[in-house]
Design a protein around this ligand. Structure first.
Ligand code: ATP
Ligand code: MG
Length: 493
């Protein structure tokens, strides 16, 4: 084993500080002996400090301090703060047992060997799947437990462009390899060309009979402040209409009748009729008055991508609410032994989760998402919430998430949010979040044996979401192709 440092200062069972000769990076794993046995530590902070230079109050003193520091190697101090992850023998068995004592001051700190880390992080039994490598050890593959994703929920919380959708696509690919059932709520039409095994692309359809009048008004795009129009629709949308074989004719007939009986509402009714016709002309294909259940479109053992990009925020929420309520219900039936479409667990992935599950107000699908977060485990429905603004997410629901993938959050409110919802992200580790590059994530919680900084694998099967090559595209459209253009040619243009 390579010795990298010496334990100094006040150590606790949870946290040690050690001086090092060479650089030891954040995310590195080290081991040290305690009376309880060998302990695995995760380096959460790595500092380099010159005592002379940090005391210099002006430029001239700093110049002199620089020379003095160069001449005196003792002046430059490298030290790390590392958090106890657990006793090595427990971690090797997949258990986290914390030490009760710190190492003695002066104990040597060793780099954890690749072999040990491989035994901890790589697991090729059935429920595990590889998602990347340890950030500081390229040779160590990291597996995650998909059973935990399918039962205890997962939150992917990272700044924009840090690789959330890539990780989600990778999870979808791994779930597909295991013949799992997944529903991806695709708000930005990003997964339309996901080339994973068994992907199914769905344009959601909804039976208007299953909507209440407010929801129907939303789907037809009657403005929220058009209270008179909404009132006419509410009055017209009777139980008979909902049961009528000719739903739209029956509804329009009632709207017309309301207009005729009451002269004041005639023009409102006419406007509502126009709105219904316009709605049917532009969005008619999403209404299916014959559809038994939204579930008919979603298939077990497949990655079902639900394209929500055509809808307004509220419409997407209504559709999500209906689909998810049906899925949860179906899984309840399955666990009670009744006939059901999904006889095995369903994983629901929610991109742009802050849109569907906002903190400050309830959305049309907040209730069902909260219900799945609370009760889903019993019935085999789990959530993967994906968001770049965690602090705008409903904190109660996020605190039900069992696993986390976190990266690159710069906003202090987002950072403190993730520290609140998972105790695996300490203040030190949280401070290193902004410096993580694309695809570098902290994986924590139940889906990993121990928390780790991981370089997630890039998924070639997902093409969209890549940053646009605007310059290349402009050049192509201008008929110049993508070849480099010389200055002379540019001047001629
Ligand atoms: N693990 C990775 N390794 C290398 N490149 C990656 C990785 N993950 C993502 N990328 C690249 O980074 C870019 C952004 O990735 P992605 O779309 O997954 O980010 P995002 O967090 O979902 O962004 P947004 O907030 O815009 O949805 C893509 O071009 C992708 O190819
Ligand atoms: Mg994304």
């Amino acid at each position: 084993m390579v010795e990298v440092g010496i334990v100094v200062g006040e150590a606790t069972p949870e946290r040690i500080r050690f001086f090092t000769k060479d650089a030891v990076r954040v995310g590195e794993f080290v081991v040290a002996d305690t009376e309880d046995g060998q302990v695995l530590y995760l380096v959460e902070a790595s500092r380099l400090e010159s005592k002379l230079l940090s005391r210099a109050g002006d430029y001239i003193t700093a110049t002199e301090a620089k020379e003095a520091s160069k001449a005196n190697p003792r002046d430059t101090v490298r030290y790390c703060v590392a958090r106890a992850i657990g006793l090595v023998r427990g971690v090797l068995e997949g258990r986290r047992v914390y030490p009760t004592l710190p190492p003695e001051p002066g104990s040597p700190v060793f780099l954890a060997e690749d072999d040990l880390l491989r035994r901890i992080f790589h697991n090729d039994s059935r429920e595990w799947a590889v998602v990347g490598r340890l950030l500081r050890r390229e040779g160590v593959a990291v597996s995650v437990n998909l059973n935990k994703v399918a039962s205890r929920h997962l939150a992917i919380l990272a700044a924009t462009g840090k690789g959330k959708s890539n990780l989600l696509a990778l999870i979808a690919k791994r779930i597909a390899e295991k013949n799992g059932t997944m529903v991806v709520l695709d708000y930005h039409a990003e997964y339309g060309n996901l080339r994973v095994k068994k992907a199914k692309f769905i344009n959601p359809r909804i039976n208007p009979r299953r909507l209440d009048s407010e929801e129907l008004a939303e789907m037809l795009e009657i403005r929220p402040d058009a209270t008179k129009q909404r009132e006419v629709l509410r009055r017209a949308y009777t139980k008979q209409v909902a049961r009528s074989p000719n739903f739209w004719e029956a509804l329009k007939e009632n709207v017309q009748n309301i207009g005729e009986v009451d002269h004041q509402t005639r023009s409102t009714a006419e406007r509502v009729l126009e709105i219904i016709d316009r709605g049917l002309a532009t969005k008619g294909n999403i209404f299916d008055t014959e559809a038994e259940s939204p579930l008919a479109l979603i298939e077990p053992n497949r990655i079902n991508v639900l394209d929500l990009s055509e809808f307004t925020e509220t419409q997407a929420q209504i559709i999500v609410a209906h689909y998810l309520a049906e899925i949860l219900n179906d899984r309840k039936n399955a666990t009670l032994g009744r006939s059901a479409r999904f006889r095995s667990p369903v994983v629901v992935a929610v991109e742009e989760a802050h849109t569907f599950l906002p903190q400050e107000k309830r959305s049309k699908c907040s209730d069902v998402l909260a219900r799945i977060a609370r009760e889903g485990r019993k019935f085999g429905v789990s959530l993967i919430l994906v968001s770049q603004r965690p602090c705008k997410l409903d904190a109660d629901v996020v605190s039900q998430m069992g696993s986390f993938a976190i990266s690159g959050l710069t906003h202090p409110r987002d950072q403190s949010f993730v520290m609140e919802v998972t105790d695996e992200v300490s203040t030190e580790l949280g401070a290193s979040l902004p410096s993580l590059n694309t695809g570098e994530m902290i994986l924590a919680g139940q889906w990993v044996t121990v928390p780790a900084l991981v370089k997630v694998d890039l998924v070639e099967e997902k093409l969209l979401g890549k940053d646009l090559d605007a310059i290349g595209m402009w050049a192509e459209e201008a008929g110049m192709g993508r070849k480099a253009v010389s200055t002379e040619e540019l001047i001629k243009l």
